[in-house]
Write a new protein. Sequence first.
Length: 275
Amino acid sequence: MILVTGATGNVGRNIVRGLLDAGEKVRAVTRDPETAGLPAEVEVLAGDLNRPEGLGPALEGVERVFLFPVFGALDGFLSAAKAAGVQHVVLLSSSAVEFAEPGWIGQAHLDCEASVAASGIGHTFVRAGLFMRNDLGWAGQIASGVVRGAYGTAAAAPVDERDIAAVAVQSLLAAQDGSIHTLTGPESLSQIARVAIISEVIGRPLRFEELSREVALDHLSAQMPPEAASFLLDQLASWQGVTAEVLPTVEQVTGRPAHTYREWVQHHAAEFLAG
């Protein structure tokens, strides 16, 4: 039995599907099973990682776990998992842990990794870079024809959530204690270039309009902790005018190429158009 936490999220849903396609028995834990919307083959149980004392039924008979990084709340879950006989944990982490200055986001993920390593359970860390899905945050601006943000020339190699999930699935199926998979997408693209690709795919004229750091910080701080917003802008500033590193990890682990940004936009075109 494999337990998937965060199963109703963007990565988690793809993990569930991948495990089912591989013929695995899957259990999901979610706060509200009634609204989970997961496939009928999945055993869905109520649970909350912040309340590990109630997770006994979810962990019963579980050998492997996909663990979503709930900051500051993993120790209790890991203790319960260890007691239940869980043999391997695949933790969704961030490539920010490898930065010279991890910042708020990187340190939060480092703390999660430290908790998993200290648990004594076999583990794999899947360190994802910038999610392509973050760009769906632009959807609400599409109708205006202008996407606004700071540091338009900042380049990254964003990764498709389907590829993150595929690497996690392989890590669950072929558990190797101590493995670390750092993921990027297959191409370095500035924010301006990504907006241009969205425009081409959805057939609407779009342009990128530069915002000052101060205005961008105000906007981002309404969506995430101010420390995280500041860290993100610091990273964007450092990525201006450079070519982002592209890693072959997705293809090495899954045996197929990583999805391109254009393929990702095609997959989500309806969401951009609905915005």
